[in-house]
Design a protein around this ligand. Structure first.
Ligand SMILES: C[S@@+](CC[C@H](N)C(=O)[O-])C[C@H]1O[C@@H](n2cnc3c(N)ncnc32)[C@H](O)[C@@H]1O
Length: 312
């Protein structure tokens, strides 16, 4: 089961028009999608995407003519919509990261708490598994990935330990990797708040699934797809994603004021014409009640922006 994070807040932020066309770029188990559908009228439409074939299968069980789900990374959103004959949309939701079923199903290999094959692919139909990648990656690249995507201070030492360990035995299970990381981190980490392998697993998952690349590719497509007044709603689960969303929205909102009472110069007009989004409210985080019921909500941050009408 997956408990949707910021369910009502995110769907409210879409400001749904009953006859609009909406996109849920991260269907998961469809918590947000179902609430969106409940607010759409007969003419409304919802298109959902997910990289994970199991998520798509669960979406195909929704029998509703207004709904369609397709397997694929959201970085291909514009093309996939075009192929469905959809040129413009009225709102898009991205609820990033992994779902609870992905984390909890041991065969997916995302969890360092239970024994499973070291897979970690959201899209099990393509790409390398974590075990395959770890078998050939260089120590330098591994260290960089763990440092950059895990913001792990012991990245270099962890990379070294993994490379040494794989000369003895291939690293093919989640617990094997978790144990190697723990031997390095436990020695150094005094207050053991999180599992020592948390950051390393996060880093490898983000790298393998190209999560930041996917996000950087989809954001401009969302802006291009949105009708004036349409909303972009993004829920992030770690600082790297949130930073990217914040910087993207701020740049597209380009909130610099135009000078008053002076003739506009070419430079001012250019700056003004770049403005494509208006920021809606501040970043929103789940309240204490939600975090108590759903620990996964703890690190969530939601940002909302609206397409404005100035230019094409
Ligand atoms: C946090 S869950 C979404 C949960 C969903 N909002 C719900 O209420 O059930 C994230 C989902 O997005 C999918 N996903 C992550 N990155 C993706 C991408 N680049 N393209 C398509 N799907 C992606 C994952 O496979 C996962 O199923």
């Amino acid at each position: 089961m997956h408990i949707s994070v910021l369910l009502h807040e995110a769907v409210d932020a879409l400001a749904i028009k009953p006859s609009g066309i909406y996109v849920d770029g991260t269907f998961g188990r469809g918590g947000h999608s179902r609430l969106i559908l409940s607010q759409l009228g007969e003419d409304g439409r919802l298109v959902a995407f997910d990289k994970d074939p199991v998520a798509v299968l669960s979406g195909e069980a929704i029998e509703d003519e207004r709904f369609r789900i397709q397997h694929g990374g959201f970085s291909r959103m514009q093309q996939m919509l075009q192929e469905m004959g959809v040129a413009k949309i009225d709102g898009v939701l991205l609820d990033l990261g992994v779902s609870s079923p992905q984390l909890e199903e041991v065969s997916r290999g995302f969890s360092f708490r239970s024994a499973g094959p070291l897979d970690m692919r959201m899209d099990t139909s393509s790409g390398r598994t974590a075990a395959e990648w770890l078998a050939t990656v260089t120590e330098d690249q591994l260290g960089e990935v763990i440092k950059e995507y895990g913001e792990e201070r012991y990245a270099r030492q962890i990379a070294r330990a993994i490379i040494v360990a794989r000369t003895r035995q291939p690293i093919v299970t989640t617990l094997q990797l978790a144990e190697i990381v723990a031997t390095v981190v436990r020695q150094r980490q005094r207050e053991n708040m999180r599992h020592p392998a948390t950051r390393t697993f996060q880093a490898i998952r983000i790298y393998l699934n190209q999560e930041l690349e996917e996000l950087s590719l989809v954001l401009p497509q969302c802006v291009a797809l949105l009708n004036p007044g349409g909303r972009l709603v993004v829920i992030s689960f770690h600082s790297l994603e949130d930073r990217m969303v914040k910087q993207f929205m701020r740049a597209a909102a380009n909130t610099d004021e135009l000078p008053r009472g002076v003739p506009l110069r070419e430079k001012d007009l250019q700056r003004f014409s770049k403005q494509k989004l208006k920021l809606i409210g501040r970043a929103i985080q789940p309240g204490e009640n939600e975090v108590v019921k759903n620990a996964r909500a703890r690190s969530a941050v939601m940002r909302v922006a609206e397409r404005i009408t100035l230019n094409g």
